[in-house]
Every structure is written in structure tokens, then in C-alpha cells.
Design a protein around this ligand. Structure first.
Ligand code: PEP
Ligand code: MG
Length: 322
């Protein structure tokens, strides 16, 4: 099996019926890029930049960030790299930022909410990203977007920094796609409205499931509710993909679900364009997709989306893909 996987390392990803999808990787540091390339990743679908900020006593400088982003973009050599702006708060606390203690950190002051209130933290990251953009194929993604205003405000700050850099005669790419993570139900439900303004969506199922099912992803007592195949989740995912495609945009997924062998046939049938997973899942996923017919899976869409329980969905998809 290892041998079969290795043969597919430098191959694009096609389904049995000739439909192409993109298999990319989640990374946390520039050193992770090596594993992405050796495992046949077609790009980076989620660069979690939190690691630059963690385990230190102060904020990383713009320069330090620039070097990290540039290194990833250069090593990926023109392949797409989706960088997510800082997602602190929730379970990720930075001692030097003096973040308030909260009763419900996952429902609180995290990610884009924090960045929009702390532009002295947000702007240097955006500047570092914009400066690095000329070294590869950069896409910028904002986390935890709940409203259109948050996206518009974030993009306006990004454009403001871009203008400022240009005024300083610093080169910035003009082809940077700007997208959002869909990890809050409000955004999944109103994807149609977002799709007119964003360049792409990346569905963050780790959070989307916890917020949709109202089940803390760290709490074992409610872990039975953490159901990726629940029809509620699948209908939200479908809504996002349909909304993107209607506007000619692409939709990816960077939560754990994207690399799950049971979810993959369902997501392929729903029309997901990009699957971002841990590097070691890429070759198994490519092998799996080569044996799946996207058209056949798409024909099950209405049936699956109308099912009552996750259990029914799993039983059905297992039967159809055996
Ligand atoms: C997600 O929520 O699915 C996601 C990819 O983000 P994180 O796991 O970093 O919260
Ligand atoms: Mg998340």
C-alpha cells in the first residue's frame, strides 16, 4: 500500500470519473513544509500562525513574521498557501497579551474579534503577509468570521496596509485572494451573501461542529454530540459549497473532517473543491478518491441531506462505497 501511495506523490488528484480536486495540508510552522511536499501536498490549505505567537514572552515582530511567511511561500514554490491570521483566545491564550478571563472562552473574545480590537497586533501581521506575498502564491484567510461587517472591516484594514506599503515603494502581489473560515453557523447559513464578497471559503469543521451542536469540543461528557456526519453539519457544508459555486468561487475544508475516509466520499459528492488535512493523510486520500465516482456520489446528495441521523448517513455511505 505504501508503494501505491508513493507512486501518486507527484500526481494531481482525480476521481474515478475524471473530476479534479485539490489535496493540501494543514501546517503550524515553516518546518512542516517538508512533510507537505514529501507527502504529495498540492499546497497549504491552512497555515495556523498562532505558533509564531505561542511559547514566547512578547509578540513576534513584523520582521520575524515576514521571514516565516516568506520561507513557507518560497519552499512551496508557487503552490497555493492559505495563511490564517491570528486565532488566539478560546483554548489558545497568550500570557503577554493580557487577555481577559472569560466564562465561555469559545464564545468570547477570540480570533478576528480580538484582532479587530487590537490593530497594533493585527496590522503588523498583515504587513508581514503583504510583504511576503511576492515570494509565492499567497491567500489570506480570516478566522471566526460571524458577520459580513467583520469581513469588510478586516479586508479594509488589509487594503489600507497594502496602500501604505505601495506608498513606501514596497512590492506587494496584486493577486492575493482574500477569504474566510466558515466555522460559525451564522456564516454558513448566510454563505450566499458572503460569497459575493469573499474570494473563497474554507470550512473549519472543528469549530463549526461545536457551535452547531452546542457541544464543547473539549468536553468528553458531550462528545457524543460531536458528530461530523450529522445532517445539520452536512446541510451547512452543502450550503457553503453551493453558495461559493454560484458566485464562481471555490470552497475548501480545513477541519479534521476533510481528511476522514468516511467524510471524503460525502464531501466529494457535495462538490468540495479543496481538502486540507494533516500531511500524512494526503496520499491515502488521493488513493481513495481515485476509486470514487464523483457523479455517482453527487446523485446521493438529496438523499443524504434529508436523512435524520448521523448513523443513517454513515450506514448509507459505507454501503455505497464498499
Ligand atoms: C476548525 O475550527 O476547523 C479549524 C481548522 O480551526 P482550529 O482547529 O485551529 O480552531
Ligand atoms: Mg477553528
Amino acid at each position: 500500500q505504501q508503494e501505491e501511495w508513493a507512486k501518486l506523490k507527484d500526481e494531481p488528484t482525480f476521481s474515478k470519473d475524471g473530476e479534479q480536486v485539490e489535496l493540501v495540508a494543514n501546517i503550524g510552522t515553516p518546518e512542516d513544509v517538508e512533510g507537505v511536499l514529501s507527502n504529495g501536498g498540492e499546497g497549504v490549505g491552512l497555515y495556523r500562525t498562532e505558533f509564531l505567537y505561542m511559547g514566547k514572552s512578547e509578540l513576534p515582530s513584523e520582521e520575524e513574521q515576514f521571514e516565516a511567511y516568506k520561507s513557507v511561500l518560497e519552499s512551496m514554490d508557487g503552490k497555493p498557501v492559505v495563511v490564517r491570521t491570528l486565532d488566539v483566545g478560546g483554548d489558545k491564550e497568550l500570557s503577554y497579551l493580557n487577555m481577559p478571563k472569560e466564562l465561555n472562552p469559545f464564545l468570547g473574545f477570540r480570533a478576528i474579534r480580538f484582532c479587530l480590537e487590537n490593530e497594533d497586533v493585527f496590522r503588523p501581521q498583515l504587513r508581514a503577509l503583504l510583504r511576503a506575498s511576492v515570494y509565492g502564491n499567497l491567500k489570506i484567510m480570516f478566522p471566526m468570521i460571524a458577520t459580513l461587517e467583520e469581513f469588510r472591516q478586516s479586508k479594509a484594514i488589509l487594503m489600507d496596509e497594502k496602500d501604505a506599503l505601495k506608498a513606501e515603494d514596497i512590492n506587494v502581489s496584486d493577486d492575493i485572494e482574500v477569504g474566510i473560515m466558515v466555522e460559525i453557523p451564522s456564516t454558513a447559513v448566510t454563505a450566499k451573501q458572503f460569497a459575493k464578497e469573499v474570494d473563497f471559503f474554507s470550512i473549519g469543521t472543528n469549530d463549526l461542529i461545536q457551535y452547531t451542536m452546542a457541544a464543547d469540543r473539549m468536553n468528553e461528557q458531550v462528545s457524543y454530540l460531536y458528530q461530523p456526519y450529522h445532517p445539520a453539519i452536512l446541510n451547512l457544508v452543502n450550503n457553503v459549497i453551493e453558495a461559493a459555486h454560484k458566485e464562481g468561487k471555490w470552497a475548501g475544508m480545513c477541519g479534521e473532517m476533510a481528511g476522514d475516509p468516511i467524510a471524503i466520499p460525502i464531501l466529494l459528492g457535495l462538490g468540495l473543491d479543496e481538502f486540507s488535512m494533516s500531511a500524512t493523510s494526503i496520499l491515502p486520500a488521493r488513493t481513495q478518491i481515485r476509486n470514487l465516482s464523483k457523479k455517482e456520489l453527487a446523485s446521493f446528495k438529496e438523499t443524504i441531506l434529508s436523512m435524520g441521523t448521523a448513523e443513517e448517513v454513515v450506514a448509507f455511505i459505507k454501503e455505497k462505497t464498499e
